[in-house]
Design a protein around this ligand. Sequence first.
Ligand code: COA
Length: 382
Amino acid sequence: MTDHTPDVRKGLNGVIADYTAVSKVMPETNSLTYRGYAVQDLVANCSFEEVFYLLWNGELPTAEQLREFNEKGRSYRSLDPGLIALIHSLPRDCHPMDVMRTAVSYMGTKDQDHFTPDAEHITEVGHRLLAQLPMVLAMDIRRREGKDIVAPDPSKSVAENLLSMVFGNGSDSPASNVDDVRDFEKSLILYAEHSFNASTFTGRVITSTRSDVYSAITGAIGALKGPLHGGANEFVMHTMLEIDDPDKAAQWVNDALDNKDLIMGFGHRVYKKGDSRVPSMEASFRALAERHDGAKWVAMYENMRDAMDERTGIKPNLDFPAGPAYHLLGFPVDFFTPLFVIARVAGWTAHIVEQYRDNSLIRPLSAYNGPEQREIGSPSAA
Ligand code: COA
């Protein structure tokens, strides 16, 4: 490298952009902590609401704090009539992530305080999103299936209430099975936060301009939609459904690699030896498969994982077990990434508060590699 060669880090790879106290990713030990607690410990011992509270407040709630948190959040479980009409007006074949993004953008138009950049307002909005985005998602699934909505229930947790609004309360609904509710809840905890990933960083960039929280979340949803980020959980299941036969999985993986295709659900920008969240999610996926006749998807998972490992050494990321787990719960594939949105609202809002508290406009430099300076009409401009 000469003195004139700029130090360009494509994709900001390896760049430390700021401090955060929200979570710590430790690739050397394949571990992840939220506010100092190992994610496996949180999955084993906490509800999604407790983890949400922890991400916002830095400490786990006492029983009284949790009661207040739940009471407040659940009081927001109703949708603005204008938003209901808007959801029903959207094309039935649009991507559900576009509905989520549009819903958050709409909510911003109805909030007179939306330009108040303080922690209290941001967490207030976070409460509303946590209460209402599951309703948006459930309404969107059911309108596409021509079904009436199922009313939210203030006595239920976020996970149980979401399953009940999507699948109803019959005996065959996952909402009626405590183990299904718990495995689903574990996926929300695992998806809740992951330091400076692309969508969180997008939210922080928008926040750094002192824009409003709805704009930051809307932008974050747009970033999450991409298949290199959150959209991967949908692509994992599309791939598994396309392969269909676990005995064909190894051949499929090898063909894709020969073709230089990316295989969704594998690899990570930060973890190179494996994703800290995979063992917990894989355990829930296997438990769901036991209860829901999912041996085929476990075999598919193992055969794809082993073929990828043998050929490249690249390990699965969280989306790899999450995709088939959501399929076994019965969610339509296009709704997997919207589920990720609901969980990640916790991390996004925690980061937005942190960015506001100690803000510096995020504005990197670029190295120019276009034409030399020239004048209009000069031969080189022709
Ligand atoms: N399938 C096939 N090849 C992959 C791969 C995958 N999922 N992930 C990485 N590779 C390859 C890269 O193409 C690269 O090959 P090359 O050296 O021949 O160019 C090599 O492995 C090293 O990749 P790396 O630079 O470490 O990846 P990255 O940090 O740029 O990208 C991801 C990380 C997540 C974008 C990438 O792994 C990917 O696209 N994965 C699939 C999408 C996905 O599951 N996203 C969810 C992430 S949680």
